[in-house]
Design a protein around this ligand. Structure first.
Ligand SMILES: *Cc1c(COP(=O)(O)O)cnc(C)c1O
Length: 403
């Protein structure tokens, strides 16, 4: 039951609304081009035109060749392909070891678990208390039989931006393939795959105002992971299936828009983020920012409110029309605290009281103010009813990190 009419959407790390200009292109692709891009007659060519344009737009946005962009059904598929495709390919050469980090998205972690069940070995690198993977830890973990290093570009819960350029350099030095899950980063911060030096990079359209159900994997020329989807000759014979023409048109347009005004977009999101963090830390006792403020995605706020359960806050916010997330949307159906918050050493009981607010280009300062004002009202009220909070009221609260 909502007590207000308006909706304030502050969960842009979970998914984003389709931009009006993107919707226009998608609608055009869906209503006009009824042909198959592989067919040799004019309506087929028309569909192919949408696919070619989308591919060129995506390639330009991350500075690669169009032939190095392979469209997939989602970001998760791109991650699965990079990881399982590399593992299967290089196992034949006796390389059955992979390296990743403890706070990756489940698309990466569960792919690794699946490979472990098939006899592969995986190293999960630790995370520093401010939310970073260290390149020296990557280097120390590399072995002669290491096939792949995969570390995410930006974390989806705490927004910390990883030193991927340094990690890619370490990989190159040791002749190990390097993949990055850049689903949270593409369209949010500048991405140049030549400068980064990665071999593979995943993205997903619905995280930057394109529709859901379209992703892409950048694969550097010369890198050949096994195919996950065999069939027809689409995507250079490497990812079969008739193209999602409208989705491809949409992801291209959305990324062109996001990167075209990136500096402005980032400055706007940073303003909302910094205002929100400053005001919450100032006005709500014991609130704690998770992840470094430096090298953080422009739109990401992740704060723990000790003494409360995130679910309580989530429901209260929903009544006020605010959409947010407890740690990660993927944890909504699990009682375990977020693996990301545990990886930075946050004690379990504090992890449970953590909230993520993520701003998109469409959010306004009024919305940030409304969020803060609402939190300032509901947090003290809920704490006054919380045993967890009251029990500790007269004892020294030690909410320091475990590491
Ligand atoms: C959302 C997300 C994914 C999954 O993308 P889908 O397109 O939803 O499958 C993977 N990695 C990260 C970091 C994400 O934020």
């Amino acid at each position: 039951m909502r007590i207000v009419e308006k909706i304030v959407y502050l969960d842009n790390a979970a998914t984003t609304p389709v931009a009006p200009e993107v919707l226009e292109v998608v609608t055009k692709a869906l209503s006009g081009a009824c042909g198959n891009p592989s067919s040799h007659y004019s309506v087929g060519y028309e569909a192919k035109e949408f696919v070619d344009t989308g591919r060129a737009q995506v390639a330009k946005a991350i500075n690669c060749q169009p032939g190095e962009i392979f469209f997939t059904g989602c970001g998760s598929e791109a991650d699965n392909w990079a990881i399982k495709g590399t593992a299967l390919k290089l196992a034949k050469k006796g390389k059955k070891h992979l390296i990743t980090s403890q706070f990756e998205h489940h698309a990466v972690l569960h792919s690794m678990k699946a490979l472990e069940r098939e006899g592969f070995e995986v190293t999960y690198l630790p995370i520093t208390s401010d939310g970073f993977v260290r390149p020296e830890d990557v280097e120390a973990a590399i072995r002669p039989d290491t096939a792949l290093v995969t570390v995410m570009m930006a974390n989806n819960e705490i927004g910390t931006i990883q030193p991927i350029k340094e990690i890619a350099a370490v990989c190159k030095k040791h002749g190990v393939w390097c993949h990055t899950d850049a689903v949270q980063a593409v369209g949010a911060i500048p991405i140049d795959v030549q400068d980064l030096g990665v071999d593979m990079l995943s993205m997903s359209g619905h995280k930057f105002n394109a529709p859901k159900g379209i992703g892409a994997l950048y694969i550097r020329r010369g890198i050949l992971p096994y195919n996950l989807i065999d069939g027809g000759g689409q995507e250079g014979r490497r990812r079969a299936g008739t193209e999602n023409v409208a989705g491809i048109a949409g992801i291209g347009k959305a990324l062109e828009m996001a990167t075209g005004h990136l500096e402005e977009k980032m400055a706007h999101q940073r303003e909302l983020r910094d205002y929100t963090i400053n005001r919450i830390l100032k006005n709500i006792p014991l609130a704690r920012l998770n992840g470094s403020w430096e090298n953080r995605l422009p739109g990401n706020v992740n704060i723990s409110f000790p003494g409360l359960e995130g679910e309580t806050i989530l429901l209260d916010l929903d009544m006020h029309g605010i959409c947010a997330s407890t740690g990660s949307a993927c944890n909504s159906d699990s009682l375990d605290p977020s693996h990301v918050l545990l990886s930075i050493g946050l004690p379990e009981e504090i992890g449970h009281g953590s909230m993520r607010f993520t701003f998109g280009p469409q959010n306004t300062m009024e919305e940030a103010e409304y969020l803060c004002q609402t939190l300032e009202e509901i947090i003290p009220r809920r704490r006054a009813m919380s045993c967890m909070w009251l029990q500790n009221e007269n004892t020294v609260r030690d909410f320091n990190l475990k590491k």
